[in-house]
Write a protein that binds this ligand. Structure first.
Ligand SMILES: NC(=O)c1ccc[n+]([C@@H]2O[C@H](COP(=O)([O-])OP(=O)(O)OC[C@H]3O[C@@H](n4cnc5c(N)ncnc54)[C@H](OP(=O)(O)O)[C@@H]3O)[C@@H](O)[C@H]2O)c1
Length: 299
């Protein structure tokens, strides 16, 4: 796949002439009490959508909602959602069904890494996989029936990472599997389960897994692969949903200890621009990454 500059996406602001959404457009953002997720909620609310800020911790979530109200005059809904907990996902989906009934945009942003920038421990591999991949997948599958049946307007934005590019996989058999056009969700699950098995046995260093932030890279690789499987499913299904993977790049948040090239607001706004692409621009492909000159997309 080639990486191409997307001219439509390099403009710094969202133009009102391409506005297709309204206050009835419903967007859910996970892990949104801080960092990139919080910035995305702020931008989506400024643009007038109905936004649900979710967070795994009620107090931190409510504090974020209060900050938006007091400092920015913005009103958003809040509901607790721990994406690593199936009971919490079910409670959230039930609440959404009963209170709003529909969904247009899902941003799977919640994510964890337990490594400092130059560390590579896999001591929390299970939690990393459970949160970054399994959580996003289970939430997506649970919310699919709630997406409004409006051609070209439903979007799922998976906040991913270039650390999870398939070229980071050094095991040739698994790389081939990931790159296959016929990859299935079951095969992705096999790959992550094999990784967790290798971690348990202490053999993960010699099996060709990604070299840097290995557990995190495997989780994002699985998320990228899942996005591709889902995108294929909907391509063959009248394109009722568009699946977008977005790598914000090295961004100043808690995950990087505040270090990074971009601010959370810069990365968050780029994510929102992708989430709100006009329907006629949605054929730009699944993978997008933020650079200094704008967003680059793999076609
Ligand atoms: N920063 C970067 O350089 C960078 C680069 C590439 C990709 N990303 C991705 O960007 C996304 C946002 O990360 P960030 O940089 O904004 O980091 P962050 O500031 O640490 O934010 C992560 C958010 O995820 C939440 N979270 C963690 N586990 C959760 C769970 N089980 N259920 C629900 N929420 C959970 C955190 O909640 P708590 O406050 O409760 O912990 C927090 O709100 C992540 O998916 C990350 O992998 C970041």
């Amino acid at each position: 796949m080639d990486i191409k500059e997307c001219p439509n996406l390099s403009a710094p602001s969202l133009s009102s002439s391409t506005r297709w959404w309204s206050k009835d457009t419903v967007a859910v953002v996970t892990g949104a009490n801080k960092g990139i997720g919080f910035s995305m909620v702020k931008k989506l609310a400024e643009l007038g959508l109905t936004v649900i800020l979710t967070a795994r911790d009620t107090e931190r979530g409510r504090k974020a909602v209060d900050e938006l109200r007091r400092q920015h005059g913005l009103h958003v809904y809040f509901h607790r959602l721990d994406v690593s907990d199936s009971v919490s996902i079910k409670a959230f989906v039930d609440w959404l069904r009963q209170n709003l009934g529909v969904l247009d945009i899902l941003v799977n942003n919640a994510g964890v890494s337990f490594n400092g920038l130059h560390e590579n421990s896999v001591g929390h591999a299970e939690t990393v996989i459970k949160t970054n991949f399994c959580g996003a997948k289970l939430l997506t599958e649970s919310l699919l029936p709630l997406f409004r049946n409006s051609a070209s307007k439903g979007r799922i934005v998976n906040i991913s990472s270039r650390l999870g590019s398939f070229d980071k996989m050094r095991n040739p058999k698994m790389r081939k599997m990931l790159e296959s056009e016929t990859l299935t969700v079951e095969q992705i699950e096999e790959i992550v389960n094999l990784f967790l098995e290798n971690v348990k046995k202490g053999t993960w260093k010699s099996q060709g897994w990604p070299e840097y932030w290995t557990d995190y890279a495997v989780s994002k690789m699985a998320l990228n692969a899942y996005s591709q499987v889902l995108a294929r499913r909907y391509q063959d299904n009248g394109r009722l949903l568009t699946i977008i993977c977005f790598c914000p790049g090295f961004t100043q948040t808690s995950m990087t200890g505040g270090k990074g090239t971009y601010t959370a607001d810069y990365a968050g706004e780029a994510g929102v621009r992708l989430a709100l692409l006009p329907p006629e621009d949605l054929s730009i492909g699944t993978f997008h990454k933020l650079t200094h000159t704008g967003i680059k997309s793999k076609m």
